[in-house]
Ligand binder design. Structure first.
Ligand SMILES: C[S@@+](CC[C@H](N)C(=O)[O-])C[C@H]1O[C@@H](n2cnc3c(N)ncnc32)[C@H](O)[C@@H]1O
Ligand code: SF4
Length: 426
């Protein structure tokens, strides 16, 4: 091959030295202002203790017996130490905390002294907005009058109660100590604190029938609370449910029945004017949105403190602590971060993560997607989007992709289809 013959003529020039990309003419003052704006962050604190192991639950938790309460003291000290170490290492004080979430496990097992220790430590080591959201998860039987007063004293403004079902038989079968009466009492106590109250329900529990489920939805709505979350009960291998199904001693509602439960719930919520702001949370008139998951699903920073907690820092990636409690405590007592794994995302993975998580929030802002990633999702996935629209899962406009009721019913399905479309590009 004659290489010379293929060379094109290039005029000799001393111009055109590439100093940077893009060239300076595109740099803007407004970009500096944006870079210097303190970034929001949410923080999660994991409390891995429960009074029982529920038959369906897959969370990493320890069932406490009365004599093991000193375990909590040691754990709380470790969490405080971790907050100090991580805040320094990741410069977390430079970000403003908009939302705090105590989850578990059962955070309402913490005593006043435990709560005040962690809260003080968060305030000392982070920059917490005056108007921050503060959520605490609670199991009804652990929410006493005294505990509710303590939550109020610490300005908890969102309480999330794990109700799961209002049918005593179904609850009993799941190994929990709650009853409908105790659940309703806990809801009243939570409401009396002045906090926004959410209740979690589980669709597809063992023992549930269309009748018991309809009754649960009716009772949930009659409490007149601000927010109702319905999770599809997922069967995990490490649960008593799973063992029961394997041994054929337990039968679960089929997937088709579960979808019917969900369909019924969405219909009833709509009639009662509880509208979804996520594919699993329905609130009065669509108000009372929960900042914590919204920030998380929009790809903002969040940091998880405590054993097994995980987070995301845009400058780093995804990070998770060890889920071994002994190792967790030993690491922080040795002044080390208890992180055990992480993941650095490529540009394509950031895009995929954006779609998979933001679709959980019912609508995805197409302009914002293009601003963040430089690509038009509606061009990249044009045929998948068209197909999803034809199948009735979404509606689209120039501005956004929105889940229809059918899209909400099928949970993460739309997010997964769009994810697959983007993955096929790599
Ligand atoms: C950490 S728990 C919340 C608070 C408290 N521990 C309780 O159970 O009352 C959070 C929620 O996870 C949900 N959950 C637990 N196991 C689940 C499963 N197998 N599938 C779907 N959701 C589950 C339950 O609805 C539960 O209320
Ligand atoms: S559902 Fe709640 S109380 Fe039950 S084991 Fe899971 S975290 Fe603990």
């Amino acid at each position: 091959m004659n290489i010379k013959a293929e060379e094109s003529y290039v005029e000799p020039s001393r111009k055109g030295f590439v100093t940077n990309y893009p060239s300076f003419q595109y740099w803007k003052k407004s970009a500096v202002e944006e870079m210097l704006t303190e970034k929001p962050i949410s923080v999660y604190v994991h409390i891995p203790f429960c009074i029982q192991r529920c038959a369906y639950c897959y969370y990493r938790t320890i069932t406490l017996k009365g004599s093991e309460r000193p375990e909590i003291d040691r754990y709380v000290d470790a969490v405080c130490r971790e907050i100090e170490i991580a805040a320094k290492r990741f410069h977390l004080k430079d970000k403003h905390v908009v939302s705090i979430y105590f989850g578990g496990g059962t955070p309402t097992l913490l005593k006043e002294g435990h709560l005040s220790k962690i809260i003080e430590c968060l305030h000392e080591n982070l920059s917490i907005d005056d108007e921050h959201e503060f959520t605490v998860e609670a199991e009804p039987v652990t929410l006493t009058e005294k505990k509710a007063d303590i939550l109020k004293k610490f300005d908890v403004n969102r309480i999330s109660l794990g109700i799961q079902s209002f049918c005593d038989e179904v609850v009993k079968l799941s190994g929990r100590k709650d009853t409908e009466k105790k659940a309703l009492k806990a809801i009243e106590m939570a409401k009396a604190t002045g906090a926004v109250v959410n209740i979690d329900l589980l669709s597809g529990l063992a023992g549930d029938t269309q009748e018991t489920w309809a009754d649960t939805i009716k009772r949930a709505l009659s409490t007149n609370i601000e927010s109702i979350t319905v999770y599809k009960m997922e069967l995990y291998a490490n649960t008593a449910y799973s063992a029961g199904v394997r041994k054929k001693t337990l039968e679960l509602p089929s997937d088709a029945q579960e979808i019917e439960f969900m369909r019924y719930a969405i219909e009833q919520f709509e009639q009662a004017q509880y509208f979804p702001w996520s594919s699993f949370t329905f609130t009065k008139m669509g108000h009372y949105v929960h900042t914590y998951p919204i920030n998380m699903f929009r790809g903002n920073d969040y940091y998880g403190f405590g054993a097994s907690a995980f987070g995301f820092l845009g400058d780093y990636g995804l990070l998770q602590n060890t889920n071994d409690l002994e190792r967790y405590v030993a690491a922080v007592e040795a002044n080390e971060l208890p992180l055990s794994r992480g993941y650095q995302l490529t540009s394509l993975e950031r895009m995929i993560r954006n779609v998979a998580l933001e679709m959980k929030l019912v609508r995805l802002d197409l302009k914002e997607f293009q601003r963040k990633h430089g690509f038009k999702l509606d061009s990249l996935c044009a045929s998948t989007i068209k197909q999803l629209e034809l199948e009735g899962f979404i509606s689209t406009s120039e501005k956004e992709i929105e889940l229809t009721s059918k899209g909400i019913l099928y949970g993460d399905y739309v997010g997964k289809r769009l994810t697959r479309c983007l993955m096929e590009m790599s």
